[in-house]
Ligand binder design. Structure first.
Ligand SMILES: [Zn+2]
Length: 254
């Protein structure tokens, strides 16, 4: 095994430091880009923070039976403001965003509790990785894992084939597109067996990608797979809300 050299570590620190100089942390809001009070720790100004729909429950709670993962921890509903932040990270190369959002996600895990063996980012396809140059899920997972002192297993999952765009597909279509698209490489099987995995993605919409990853991890013997994301869709949220509504509207039987 090759040791990471002190020089490599120094360079990483130096790069971090330079980025902090270029984009002074917490000086500009990640969302509206207005200047903000530096005492705000997660880079989101009070105005934007108020407009984000922060979640205090599992958005998939009402539908967990349909999925291979055991729970979903999501900081907020995927609305206008979280979308803006994630577009910055995914489409505009603003990778420094991962630092603040990764810390928020780590805080979410602390609030929810639970013990985990390691964090595993949802992998990008090789083509997407080549085009974008980085995997945003991996950047978020790296920041959150560092904050929580958890190992980051970047090699525990691989995307074995390219998949068609999922954007306009229904949940059922997504499932068949993604079937068998992820797998645990032979070299990672031993550590995955019996592990409590925290699977990390930036956004969870229908849950099909996280489900396909959880199926692969559990096939390889993972004991549990919990999903951690920054935002999840309003669809998942409103289904849960609808169910709550339903229950509260039910009249007592005569
Ligand atoms: Zn703002």
């Amino acid at each position: 095994m090759s040791k990471s050299t002190p020089l490599a570590a120094k360079l990483t620190n130096l790069t971090d430091h330079l980025l902090d100089l270029v984009y002074p942390q917490n000086l500009y809001c990640l969302c509206c880009e207005d200047t903000m009070e530096q005492s705000r720790i997660h880079g989101i100004c009070d105005n934007c923070a108020k407009k984000i729909n922060w979640l205090d429950h599992d958005p998939f709670r009402a539908a967990l039976d349909e999925f291979a993962f055991d729970k979903v921890m999501s900081c907020c509903v995927y609305g206008f403001y979280p979308r803006k932040i994630m577009y910055g990270l995914k489409l505009h190369n603003r990778t420094y965003i991962a630092k603040n959002i990764g810390l928020l996600m780590a805080e979410k895990v602390r609030l929810e509790g639970g013990s985990f063996t390691a964090m595993v980012p949802v992998p990008s396809s090789p083509a997407k990785l080549k085009k974008r140059g980085y995997n945003q899920a991996e950047l978020l997972a790296a920041c959150a894992a560092k904050e929580l002192g958890l190992p980051l297993w970047k090699d525990a999952l691989e995307k074995t084939r390219e998949t068609a765009s999922l954007r306009l597909s229904t949940g059922q279509e997504r499932r068949s597109i993604l079937e068998g698209a992820f797998s645990v490489p032979e070299s990672a099987c031993a550590k995955v067996r019996g592990a409590d995995i925290l699977l990390v993605d930036d956004v969870v919409t229908t849950g099909s990608t996280a489900d396909a990853c959880a199926i692969a991890l559990k096939d390889a013997g993972a004991k549990s797979v919990s999903v951690l994301c920054f935002a999840s869709t309003a669809r998942a949220f409103s289904e849960y809300e609808a169910e709550q509504e339903d229950q509260s509207c039910q009249r007592p039987a005569n």
